[in-house]
Design a binder for this molecule. Structure first.
Ligand SMILES: [Zn+2]
Ligand SMILES: [Zn+2]
Length: 288
């Protein structure tokens, strides 16, 4: 069997555009071998891009219907992309545990909060990013970035998800290197320490292509210079698109696979028959 997989995609229940059925029928057209739906999990506070708590049962019913309809055609899995905010939400929150997911994606989109308690979203509008950087961190980009990675490590230790989402997403705010330089020793130390935490907990890490096809970044999350650490540490990976639309499902997969393969990363994790197994990565798909 050969084809792509994608375990990170958002439906209309959060800020995505498609239904689970639209994603899965398109995945079949694309010859994909396994597919996971992962809308943004409900947060205890109201937020524009998270799923409403009361929509959860319909969300899971839609995925269950796809599992049944496409049985024997494509493996379909149910997940959520779950935020980590200490004491507020994590994969250990009761409404996430009760959902009995096939796997979870853990992501940090919020770093601390404004004086009025509003969480600071680090992957949204640059105006919001700049406001939080000034008012929470006094304009100290290094301190803000270090806090982002410290929270990511705290998530890994205290509430480990199946897959760590977009490891260095905060770099989307760093166009033209305005805030920091990925070559800086302190930055590379944050990355390596965070990877060591991933390795220590035995988690998987996604190679997320969304920044590329949305033209927010010129590199995947994480950046290609990090691939050699993934290889040296033998951290299990997969390519995910973080699609919010059916047109984005395999965006920049071939290009990213080419970079991974040339870095010596030729094994990716595939969820088949409810079991994570290794597949062989090539530039035009995964062989299992
Ligand atoms: Zn995310
Ligand atoms: Zn996402």
């Amino acid at each position: 069997m050969k084809g792509w997989t994608n375990y990170h995609s958002h439906t209309h229940y959060c800020d995505g555009k498609g239904t689970a059925e639209e994603y899965i029928s398109r995945a079949v057209e694309l010859g994909m071998i396994s597919y996971g739906i992962s809308s943004h999990a409900p947060t205890p506070f109201t937020w524009p891009w998270t799923m409403k708590r009361e929509a959860m049962s319909d969300y899971f019913t839609d995925i269950q219907d796809c599992k049944a309809k496409y049985l024997g055609i494509i493996d379909v899995y149910s997940s959520l992309e779950v935020d980590f905010i200490p004491g507020v939400i994590s994969v250990n929150s009761d409404w996430i545990v009760d959902a009995d997911l096939d796997y979870s994606i853990g992501s940090v989109h919020f770093v601390d909060s404004f004086a009025d308690g509003t969480p600071w979203e680090i992957d949204g509008a640059s105006k919001v990013f700049d406001d939080g950087l000034q008012s929470i961190f006094g304009g100290d980009a290094k301190a803000a970035v270090q806090r982002y990675f410290a929270l990511t490590r705290q998530m890994i230790q205290e509430a480990p998800p199946t897959i760590v989402g977009h490891l260095d997403k905060i770099k989307m705010q760093n166009a033209n290197g305005l805030l920091f330089n990925e070559n800086d020793r302190w930055y590379q130390k944050e990355i390596v320490e965070t990877l060591e935490a991933v390795k220590g907990k035995g988690l998987m890490l996604e190679i997320n292509t969304r920044g590329l096809y949305k033209k927010k970044t010129t590199t995947s999350y994480p950046s290609p210079w990090i691939f050699r650490y993934l290889k040296d540490m033998s951290i299990p990976i997969m390519i995910n698109s973080d699609s919010h639309h059916t047109q984005e499902m395999t965006g920049f997969f071939s290009e990213t696979a080419e970079q991974l393969v040339s870095a010596g990363l030729t094994q990716v994790m595939v969820l088949l028959n409810n079991d994570w197994q290794e597949g062989r990565l090539t530039v035009d798909g995964i062989e299992v």
